[in-house]
Write a protein that binds this ligand. Structure first.
Ligand code: SF4
Ligand code: SF4
Length: 110
């Protein structure tokens, strides 16, 4: 089992999650983060830290569609272990629905 970053993170990217992960298994894209499913030890510490409620266990139905997205980008995006500066408009995007089409495939800067 693993935890999965889902749609709510897109364009929010608050990064509170990365600071608490004991195994540093977050990877950063231009406007999204992912968890490497083979590195996550399923501790659940990151889930309550996310202000956007974007992190879900893979047993949650809402996580299913995002698991492969996490796996794929975790192999090409850089690892991130320190909280950076969130986007200036992160709060505005926090509760917006239907953000999936806005997911950028570009890597981010850790
Ligand atoms: S805390 Fe939540 S919104 Fe912020 S980067 Fe992590 S998963 Fe994305
Ligand atoms: S569940 Fe634990 S190991 Fe997995 S990403 Fe969250 S903090 Fe890291």
């Amino acid at each position: 089992m693993t935890y999965v970053v889902t749609e709510n993170c897109i364009k929010c990217k608050f990064m509170d999650c990365v600071e608490v992960c004991p195994v540093d298994c977050f990877y950063v894209g231009e406007n999204f983060l992912v968890i490497h499913p083979d590195e996550c030890i399923d501790c659940g510490v990151c889930e309550p830290e996310c202000p956007a409620e974007a992190i879900l266990p893979d047993s949650d139905d809402k996580a299913t569609a995002w698991l492969e997205i996490n796996r794929n980008y975790a192999q090409s995006w850089p690892n991130i272990t320190r909280k950076g500066e969130p986007p200036a408009d992160a709060e505005e995007w926090k509760d917006k629905p239907d953000k999936a089409a806005l997911l950028s495939p570009e890597p981010g800067t850790p």
